[in-house]
Design a protein around this ligand. Sequence first.
Ligand code: SF4
Length: 470
Amino acid sequence: MPIQGNKRVKVLLSNMGAISTEYMGAAVRSLGINAEAMPVATTKTVQLARAHASGKECVPSHLVLGSALQFIFSENYRKDELYLLFVPITTGPCRTGQYFVYYENLFRDMRLENIVVFILSADNSYTELGGSFAKEMWKGLVLSDYLKDIQTSLRAVAENPEQALVTYEKSWRRVMDAVEFRPKDIWKELKQVAADVKKIPLKRAVAECPRVLIVGEIYVRRDDFAVGELIELMSERGIVVKVSGIAEWIHYLDFVREYALKKLIKLEKPVKRFFSKPYWDLKKLGIEEWWKHSVEKKVISILGPTGLVPETPHDMHEIMKNTQEHFVNLELNSEIAVSSGVAATAMEKGYSGIVNISPFACLIGRVIEGLFTPWARERNYPTLSVEVDGNLLPPNIVNKLNIFMVNVLRFKGGNDLSSLVDGFEGLAPEDPAEEAPVEERERELVGAAVRGNPGRDCPLSGCDGCRGCE
Ligand code: SF4
């Protein structure tokens, strides 16, 4: 059955962040393929998935399944249409390469014969659909990564964040319209987004704020539902949050391909090396990487002048050098390698803290924590690991986050921690001379948030103790 131009076939794109999924939906439709971007998940999405799951699966699998089931149980679902549910898979120490089998079996049990699970593999950098789709996909990933950066920065630095986000959404939605109907106008629309954003009143510049990088398991860190609460809590305190992009993951996958090809070339006899297939594949990969970087440069040249795109480490060879030097061997092909390396590089380049996010009891998240946390503590770098299960963050994690934010603000060098206390302005003494010394105020702030016994290795010297670090 043809897919292109066939209205009875629809691609269902599970949500990995509103902007990137909307972009992908528009890009696929522009190729003449019927596609629908699933909305951002809600608590109901997770509940629906749990009703059809054993409970042993992790939250990314629930989010993909839940959004598919929400569509199936909606009025938009039709028995006479064929649906292709897009599921990205990976190999390595993670079950995400197996979840599509579970979906297929479940849909068969539910007698949903018109749903086909359609997988793209990380091992090929998701290029199975051919060159032109891969090119569009790359453009989309880079654009949505940077558009997302602006969105998260606005939360922390806009004078009126709510209003700013509404204005900004109107602006980026015009880019999606261009992607679908007027592909030649994409760059023009992107310049318009930059011009619109520059008009939004800001209370401070991104460069003045402490920056926190969110690394960890790729699905939860990019899913607006899973990572949203963390971003909100930190932004409210004037911390600019940068979520590691999907483009970074693709650069890592290219690095892995390059590494594997170099190993194959070494296995060839020296006289045959320059004529071998791996050698020519490596050359082709080099051209592909050069093109990818050129697209990134173009996007940053347009959106960078807004001042709302926080700088992040880009050089994958430098990142992986840090990974190999401090954490794991390059043979390990996983988010573990790239997340620990990029976190270390970011701290060396002026970030003020790292949050490692992952699904509850995730192997990847726990290994990153085990590798990165001791390294960061030795250097007094603020770091926090958070596991999400599809519910609101529990109070003990919010307490840990409060301590983490104090450390981030101290690390950046700011002595004013008043942003951590709601309604602090009303409590401030009229005469500044009456104000308690900074250290005393800090202790009060932290102590008020987290009373208890001092925990071992508490990263916050002088705190009253919270047991959170135990
Ligand atoms: S919990 Fe983590 S390691 Fe396990 S399947 Fe989920 S994402 Fe992969």
